[in-house]
Design a binder for this molecule. Structure first.
Ligand code: BMA
Length: 377
């Protein structure tokens, strides 16, 4: 009887005094999105999730083979985070700028979601003012697409397509699949039309306009918003120069890639670690989540890069995930080969398995749908 009574008290205490769920910036976010937001905050106590762009669509030597993934070929397991890309959706195209059909993308997104994977989406949108690619900055672009600009209506139609896509992502019960949306990324560099040719205040206005349009005009409530710079910052002030506001951003991040000969140059470790320190402090101060949006070492020419460079760079950091860019393979029109995780037999594959087995890293088998999307205490 006594034991029973004690157990009751403990149960009451736990259920009364557990942390109340927190809201993401979208106060009307769907149940799964709120769950995801709260669950992601907790999962950082366990480790760092590992993600891969376009993982389920193709690898270095294959395309559209059901169930296949280069990460799985090497480790036996899927990544915990799946990155996808919307470029060309804004034009009403059926395939994205990298040739991935949007209908296939939707089913890959559903597949990853049902396994409990986290979905993140980037958007290398064409320049709405000139019709050139995302990599064609032109002064005045953002002014032209914001209210009062001559391309505002045109840009709204592009956002309509983004909204329609997000609202078409459905799980098994018809619920919307939550997405970490990372638009207008690497904006501290000069290569995109939303980059440094766009004045800071306009960048903020563009971000806020997009969030407002999706949320309030299109009723999109399955998004968490990610602020993402390049690596062109060495303090919080510069990192936050174009931060659109605590009321529209849920996560803070940056992108950076290993360059040069990593086997003789270890400066990547410090380069990443010092920036992670900065964004983690920012995240802690603002009650946001920090993450590494994109990284990798093209073709991984240093066999121990995973355990000797990447791991030491992220160890001891409180970040949600690290995402490796896509395994495009040979890109015919640029005549370059691009892949950021090993395929089976690639010389760094063995080291990637060590990275996989390291207690810090979380892949699909270490997380469940319930842990990521369920309502947990
Ligand atoms: C870049 C490259 C391009 C690709 C773009 C969008 O980093 O991989 O080939 O078109 O991302 O996915």
């Amino acid at each position: 009887m006594n034991h029973f009574f004690n157990a009751l008290i403990i149960l009451a205490l736990v259920s009364c005094c557990g942390k109340a769920p927190e809201k993401p910036t979208d106060l009307n976010a769907t149940k799964e999105t709120v769950n995801l937001y709260n669950n992601l905050k907790k999962i950082m106590d366990r480790g760092i999730m590992v993600g891969h762009q376009d993982d389920l669509a193709y690898g270095v030597t294959w395309k559209y083979e059901p169930g296949r993934s280069d990460v799985k070929d090497v480790t036996g397991d899927y990544p915990a985070v799946y990155g996808w890309e919307l470029g060309h959706l804004e034009l009403g195209a059926d395939t994205n700028l990298d040739g991935v059909p949007f209908d296939k993308m939707k089913s890959f997104i559903q597949e990853g979601y049902l396994r409990g994977g986290v979905i993140t989406i980037s958007w290398h949108g064409t320049n709405p003012m000139t019709g050139e690619s995302a990599w064609a900055p032109e002064e005045g672009t953002v002014t032209s697409i914001l209210p009062g600009g001559e391309k505002n209506e045109f840009f709204n139609q592009q956002l309509d397509r983004i909204a329609e896509f997000m609202l078409s992502l459905k799980g098994h019960r018809g619920e919307l699949i939550p997405v970490l949306f990372r638009p207008y990324h690497e904006h501290t560099g000069g290569w995109f039309w939303w980059g440094t040719t766009t004045p800071d205040e306009e960048y903020k206005a563009l971000f806020r306009y997009t969030v407002d349009y999706l949320k309030n005009k299109k009723n999109v409530h399955n998004l968490l918003y990610v602020y993402n710079t390049g690596s062109e910052f060495t303090n919080a002030e510069v990192f936050l120069r174009r931060y659109p506001g605590d009321d529209v951003i849920d996560m803070v991040s940056f992108d950076t890639y290993q360059r040069g000969d990593a086997s003789i140059d270890s400066s990547f470790i410090r380069h990443v670690a010092t920036r992670l320190d900065i964004i983690e402090k920012v995240a802690a101060g603002k009650n946001k989540i920090a993450l590494l949006g994109e990284t990798g070492y093209n073709q991984i020419p240093y066999n121990e890069w995973w355990t000797k460079r990447l791991l030491p760079a992220i160890e001891g950091h409180r970040i949600l995930y690290v995402l490796f860019w896509r395994n495009a393979g040979f890109k015919a029109h640029e005549k370059v080969t691009e892949y950021f995780v090993p395929y089976k037999g690639q010389p760094s594959a063995e080291d990637f398995v060590k990275f996989y087995n390291h207690p810090l890293t979380l892949f699909q088998n270490e997380i469940s749908y319930q842990e990521i999307y369920g309502q947990n205490k």
